[in-house]
Design a protein around this ligand. Structure first.
Ligand code: PLP
Length: 625
């Protein structure tokens, strides 16, 4: 029966039609949510054969394309439905995933919609300033700005970019006025408003009175007066708000929209140059597929989001008898999350059940004697009682060991007997007509640790930092039973370097159902990884960037791989922390010389050491299996 194990991972709930399972029990990728699908396991095997080792981050540009079509499509439909008298534009906030290949893929996919870019810092502006773009595509400049940033933004205008400088702090407007004058150019600007209505979810504090960014209503009024006094009122083109990322409820979006729409109409009545209404980002991704207002989910659809935005601003403009503005959305997460999958490989499993005690070993200690009796007497009728006794005995094992009345060899024997007893009790509990409440403790005790070749800190920082849920599933063997309860541990020597929170039926659960390892290869995929993770990831334990590849399906449904970016080498990560390659080799040479002199190694051995060291410097920072 193929799809019997499909359910435990709730794939249909979160995959949005991009992923599925085929008859062989492999995960499939459907970049356009239609019939055309590729086998993710085959892709993985082919990459490994080519010497591209896990962890590998795979980007599916087709999915990216589809997300952009889908989002824009939702707005087009809403515009039609409400008879809205203007259009919708997207601007991609590059902070969400600034990798060059991603930005290029987004721009390619968004070309026909004149998709723009949003930058929030000087380095981001410089990164994209020289990219070729559609003359009408907007370049939105956000973030804290100094004179250099503003000069660059104004010069971009001279280079044919439609640059809009978004004023986030009052002082910035004075700078723009002065610099534009000295450069002899006109500017186009927007105001970021600080709304009183906040978002909901983890990033709630990005909005509201204490938000870091944006202008209070009185600051906006002051800025308008300043523009007027300089005769530059017509510079004002855009009004913007951004109340946080991963907005979990539609109510918060509606409240913000109502306030923002009022601001827009009041200002636009007096400033007819105002023609863009920019609602920022925040459109959420349903990571756990629960369609709820929990932090890793959202209680609304993309269509509902679009209808509320178009409906609210449209109605406000109708009432105020002003033209409808072009609506700009700066969705980042909702565009790039789905297109990245991280492939990791299980390298070992530790299992508390994996012990075989020697039942014939002489019972030379009362504790061991008792454990052996428990084994003998274990049956369904007494299994709960024996479980309680076993827990008590476990404490005595430690006490007697510390006191010196139980030897190390005896302790080891006793612990093996204890573990195998609990494993047997677990089986009996499962057969009881009603599963006892102690089962939860027992489950936790019997949890297995699957060690995987990756670093949480490098590849899934939000899983560690804010408890963000990401779907994790085996990408093959899905038509075999997965009955092992496991958590995932990474390669780092940090006890936080693990994933122990997974998508559950309702909310999350603390284990993942996995297959027996059987010495592998056993590959897992971490899904919906495309937003924020890559750029927020760090070098904890000096594990560097992973291998990255772009994959797409050709006309025959075969994988085509491109744009391989090899992961960091040891040499590269050491360089980040100021270890210089040449210096390291120099130091190695002098160590070797001393060792030869003192007769510890031969000349031949020294050559082998040198070779190994150099090879290691050029190798991948992860385990090569
Ligand atoms: C971060 C950011 C975004 C993107 O937010 P998402 O939640 O990823 O859609 C959009 N606009 C601005 C101004 C931002 O700072």
């Amino acid at each position: 029966m193929p799809n019997q194990n499909r359910d435990p991972y709730f794939i249909d709930r979160w995959s949005r039609g991009y992923f599925g399972v085929n008859a062989e029990g492999h995960i499939t990728v459907k970049p356009n949510r239609d019939e055309k699908e590729g086998d993710l396991y085959s892709l993985t095997k082919s990459l490994v054969e080519q010497g591209i080792e896990p962890p590998i981050l795979v980007r599916f540009d087709g999915i990216l394309h589809d997300r952009i079509e889908y989002l824009h499509g939702a707005f087009r439909s809403a515009i039609e439905e409400f008879g809205y008298r203007n259009g919708h534009r997207m601007a991609y906030p590059i902070k969400v995933n600034p990798q060059r290949h991603v930005v290029e893929a987004v721009r390619q996919a968004g070309k026909k919609y004149k998709m723009g870019l949003e930058v929030g810092s000087k380095p981001e502006l410089i990164a994209i300033l020289t990219l070729e773009s559609e003359p009408e595509a907007l370049l939105l400049c956000n973030g804290y700005k100094d004179a250099e940033y503003i000069s660059l933004a104004l010069m971009a205008g001279k280079l044919g970019k439609r640059t809009l400088i978004i004023i986030e702090q009052s002082y910035e407007l004075k700078l723009v006025i002065d610099i534009a004058e000295s450069l002899g150019v006109e500017a186009e600007i927007g105001f970021r408003m600080k709304l009183s209505n906040k978002g909901t979810g983890r990033w709630e504090s990005s909005g509201g009175e204490h938000a870091k960014f944006g202008l209070f209503s009185y600051e906006i009024v002051d800025c308008m007066e300043l523009l007027e006094s300089k005769g530059k009122s017509e510079w004002l083109k855009l009004l913007h708000f951004h109340i946080g990322s991963q907005l979990t409820t539609i109510e918060s979006i509606k409240n913000a929209m109502n306030e923002a729409a009022r601001m827009y109409t009041e200002i636009a009545v007096n400033y007819p140059s105002l023609s863009f209404f920019d609602v920022g980002g925040g459109l959420a991704v349903d990571y756990d597929g629960s369609r709820s207002n929990t932090d890793s989910s959202m209680n609304y659809s993309v269509e509902e989001y679009a209808r509320n935005i178009v409906g609210i601003i449209g109605e406000a403009c109708l009432d105020a008898e002003i033209p409808d503005p072009i609506i700009i959305t700066e969705s980042g997460r909702a565009i790039v999350s789905h297109h990245c999958v991280l492939l990791i490989e299980v390298i070992d499993v530790t299992s508390p059940t994996n012990v075989t005690p020697d039942y014939d070993c002489p019972a030379d200690h009362p504790i061991i004697e008792e454990l052996l009796t428990m084994h003998e007497e274990l049956c369904q009728e007494y299994c709960r009682e024996i479980f309680h006794d076993a827990l008590e005995l476990k404490e005595r094992i430690l006490e007697e060991f510390v006191r010196g009345t139980l030897k190390l060899k005896e302790r080891s024997h006793a612990e093996k007997l204890y573990r195998s007893l609990l494993t047997k009790i677990h089986t009996l509990f499962n057969e009881l007509p009603e599963i006892p409440e102690e089962m939860e403790d027992l489950d936790r005790f019997l949890m297995e640790i699957y060690f995987c070749n990756f670093s949480v800190f490098q590849s899934l920082p939000d899983s560690w930092a804010i408890g963000q849920l990401f779907p994790v599933i085996p990408i093959h063997r899905l038509n075999e039973p997965a009955e092992h309860r496991g958590i995932l541990a990474d390669l780092s020597c940090d006890s936080d370097g693990k994933i122990n929170n997974f998508i559950g039926k309702k909310g999350s659960k603390d284990f993942l159902l996995l297959h027996p390892y059987n010495n592998g290869p056993y590959y897992l995929g971490v899904f919906l990884m495309g937003a924020y993770q890559e750029i927020l990831g760090g070098l904890h334990n000096l594990f560097g960037d992973t291998n990255v590849i772009h994959a797409k399906l050709d006309a025959n449904g075969n994988w085509e791989e491109s744009k391989l970016v090899e992961g960091d080498t040891v040499e590269e990560v050491l360089h980040y922390v100021q270890y210089n390659n040449e210096k390291l080799l120099e130091q190695l040479h002098s160590l070797i010389e001393q060792s030869i002199k003192s007769g510890r190694i031969t000349a031949q051995e020294s050559a082998a050491i040198k070779k190994k060291f150099k090879q290691a410097l050029e190798s991948y920072t992860y385990l090569v299996i």
